[in-house]
Ligand binder design. Structure first.
Ligand SMILES: NC(=O)c1ccc[n+]([C@@H]2O[C@H](COP(=O)([O-])OP(=O)(O)OC[C@H]3O[C@@H](n4cnc5c(N)ncnc54)[C@H](OP(=O)(O)O)[C@@H]3O)[C@@H](O)[C@H]2O)c1
Length: 215
């Protein structure tokens, strides 16, 4: 299985403003992201991203649409709203809610009644290693993780990420409560940090730098 993380951040490392506005990528970059989505079997996001952005996680923005990746939400208790765009289209597009044992039967029933599938792994938070294993068993080969910061940390910490693609936008928004590319518990020392190999750097006409790292 290949796991790729893609995220867009400001020059000061934020992936959303303190108010939760996360429209960071230009249309040129969005086209690249959507092309990348088209090469994935599944796109995974955290529940806070769903609550903040109500994403569709489909392939759009002029990208070639040759497939329809499964949308996966990491959501311990199944609090994804029935009114979310993901669940509203769950009868047409493959949708998975990865939950933990904290999910109630009522939420499992509510989510499954929309056509989405519920996978359960983990006691408290979702046990991602197990979810990736289940997805692999289901035939998923390429997973694109699209944040937010908490999910990025958990996936990176597992040590199973193959590639990290970061768009750095030429803008600074500040705000100590603004979410950064990687949140979570963090390491104490720089020397403990996850080493990255810079494989490629591209810049586009909008002054965005796209950094391609291997892990
Ligand atoms: N610019 C970008 O590229 C980009 C991309 C995506 C999101 N964003 C922004 O990022 C913000 C959301 O990011 P976020 O860091 O607050 O949240 P997040 O990563 O989207 O979601 C985190 C939540 O997922 C659930 N979760 C369950 N198991 C988990 C596990 N093992 N590891 C991590 N999370 C787990 C937890 O909620 P439960 O305990 O309730 O399950 C956790 O609080 C939004 O403002 C969004 O707009 C920006």
């Amino acid at each position: 299985m290949k796991i790729v993380i893609n995220g867009a951040m400001t020059a000061d490392g934020k992936i959303a403003t303190k108010r939760g506005n996360s429209a960071i990528s230009s249309n040129v970059d969005l086209r690249r992201v959507h092309q990348l989505r088209n090469s994935a079997d599944a796109i995974m996001v955290g529940i806070s991203t769903v609550l903040a952005d109500d994403p569709q996680l489909t392939v759009r923005f002029g990208a070639t649409v040759s497939r329809s990746p499964t949308r996966v939400v990491v959501d311990s208790t199944g609090r994804i709203p029935s009114s979310s765009r993901l669940l509203k289209k769950a009868n047409e597009l493959n949708t998975i809610v990865a939950a933990s044992n904290r999910i109630s039967f009522a939420n499992i029933r509510r989510i499954e009644s929309t056509g989405a599938k519920v996978l359960v792994a983990g006691r408290n938070k979702v046990e991602l290693r197990k979810i990736f294993r289940i997805l692999e068993e289901m035939g998923y080969k390429r997973i694109l993780v699209e944040g937010g910061g908490e999910l990025n940390w958990s996936v990176l910490k597992l040590g199973i990420v193959d590639e990290l693609i970061i768009t750095m936008s030429p803008r600074i928004v500040g705000g100590r409560s603004a979410v950064t590319l990687v949140e979570g518990e963090g390491y104490d020392r720089i020397s403990e940090g996850i080493p990255l190999k810079l494989r490629d750097v591209r810049r586009n006409a909008n002054g965005e730098m796209i950094l391609f790292y291997e892990l």
